[in-house]
Design a protein. Structure first.
Length: 486
């Protein structure tokens, strides 16, 4: 980010390292001090960690501390870190695919949960299901999977009830706002409803600031897909019962396939299609040229006081909270919700996009057998309560397990609404849906494509993805799409 100034690191890194050393004394593997295969040789465990920002030294130092403290408490294992960032989601996917197909992937690497099952089915990843079912040195007297909330597991598990990766944090999305600009505009209360949200932005226009720095140059700017998914869910939440056939509290992939196949999910019809006009109306409060505005530049506008609001996850907010370039007080609130005044199907409640697993790590099928036990143990270590708490404190990452402590600075990112169950455009069935939703959305927002054309093209992509998923899994109406009765 152009305006960002690096903050002081040595004290943070040293404190983090000391805390991790203390944590290791309580969470050490019972086999520490020896190679798991009993050979006495040191295992070199090569781990690629994707950094959210290449310039974030705190993130780099934190992972170096995690690797060092793990290696120190497991003398038979040496963790070799490879840390890198990517320009966007597409570049990250290209790297993962190239490494796996070329059989050059490190022993552990950062992937995404929307790719892992695809790669597992291709025989490119290790099936982690048996390990999730076992106790670890860090899970206490319970299987590893019991550490995770059910909503996380439901998003991780594949069609055939397999796990292909391990997340190390959760993405929760919030609007960050400049308290000084809100005060200047006469906004005394944080908006909760959509109309209150629009009223606040009208007031911000009157003091000559951009109300909302909305980046929309590419899918990796996130804001468009987050918004469409959240608002769509608010119009669908009242009819979850039509989709959640097994009554699990989450619309799983086969239930999604059933919904599309039977026309229950049809984005060309109301209320699905109605969300897009709501977002287009909101776009008048975004910067000019928002389709060319990227994520970093939006943050720069916010830091310079040229824009009053941005949208970020807890981890992405770290740089904005800690940089010396920010000269104002800021805080976070959820994206305001739709009411009956906006749409007759609106639930009138906040729907949380949070709870999406992130920072997922996987093990390639090509890993040397003698490294397997160490690799799984390291993954389990990153999800231990103490390490999760430290990641939250140092990197603003919302813990992925239920019994980790949430630091005060993340209280604004605490879940306060109802959990989204469908995640309609999140790409679980076809990862291209997320990408093309944003790209086609650009054309619609700028007026070069009609809503009908936009939705027809996106629907075809969704239907084709569902047909392939049904064919791959031999799902059909006769076998209830593989859905088990509750």
């Amino acid at each position: 980010m152009n305006a960002r100034k690096r903050w002081t690191i040595p004290l943070i890194a040293a404190t983090f390292g000391m805390l991790l050393l203390n944590a290791c004394s309580a969470d050490t593997n019972s086999k520490a001090g020896s190679n798991p295969d009993g050979s006495g040789k040191t295992i070199d465990l090569n781990v690629m960690v994707m950094l959210e920002s290449d310039g974030d030294e705190a993130e780099r130092k934190s992972w170096e501390s995690i690797a060092k403290t793990y290696s120190d408490s497991h003398p038979g294992i040496k963790v070799n870190l490879q840390m890198q960032s990517f320009a966007g989601v597409e570049q990250h996917r290209t790297w993962v695919t190239t490494q796996l197909i070329g059989k050059t992937a490190p022993d552990i690497f950062t992937t995404r949960y929307i790719w892992d099952q695809e790669d597992l089915k291709k025989g490119l990843l290790v099936d982690l299901t048996p390990y999730y079912k076992q106790k670890t040195a860090y899970s206490g007297d319970q299987p590893w999977e019991k550490l995770f909330p059910p909503t996380i597991l439901q998003q991780l598990i594949g069609d055939d009830k397999t796990y292909a990766s391990v997340p190390n944090y959760v993405n929760s999305v919030r609007v960050l706002y400049n308290k000084d600009l809100f005060a200047q505009a006469g906004i005394t209360n944080v908006p909760k409803t959509w109309n209150e949200f629009l009223d606040a932005q009208e007031k911000l226009l009157k003091i000559n600031v951009v109300p909302f720095a909305f980046p929309n140059s590419k899918p990796g700017d996130y804001n468009y897909n987050w918004t469409i998914r959240i608002l769509t869910e608010e119009l669908l939440a009242g009819s979850y019962g039509k989709l959640d056939i097994d009554k699990s509290g989450f619309i799983e992939v086969n239930e999604y396939a059933r919904g599309v196949d039977q026309g229950i999910i049809d984005i060309e019809k109301a209320p699905f299609r109605d969300v897009f006009a709501i977002v287009k109306n909101w776009s008048k409060y975004w910067p000019k040229g928002y389709n060319g505005l990227d994520f970093e530049t939006a943050g720069d506008l916010f830091l310079r006081g040229k824009a009053a609001m941005v949208m970020r996850t807890s981890g992405q907010s770290k740089a904005l909270f800690e940089t010396n370039a920010r000269k104002f007080e800021m805080a976070a609130f959820p994206l305001p919700y739709l009411t009956k005044e906006n749409h007759p199907d609106a639930l009138g409640k906040l729907m949380e996009i949070g709870g999406v697993p992130a920072g997922n790590m996987a093990i390639p099928k090509t890993i040397a057998p003698e490294k397997m036990e160490a690799a799984v143990d390291f993954l389990a270590y990153t999800t231990s309560p103490k390490v999760q708490g430290l990641l939250a404190e140092s990197l603003y990452r919302t813990p992925v397990i239920e019994n980790a402590t949430l630091p005060d600075k993340l209280k604004g990112f605490q879940f306060v609404g109802e959990r989204m169950q469908l995640n309609i455009y999140a790409g679980e069935v076809d990862k291209n849906v997320t990408e093309y939703n944003q790209k086609l959305g650009q054309l619609y927002l700028e007026g070069s494509s009609s809503l009908d054309k936009y939705l027809a093209e996106l629907k075809k992509l969704m239907v084709d993805g569902v047909k392939k998923k049904m064919s791959d899994n031999q799902w059909n109406k006769e076998n209830n799409y593989g859905i088990k009765a509750p």
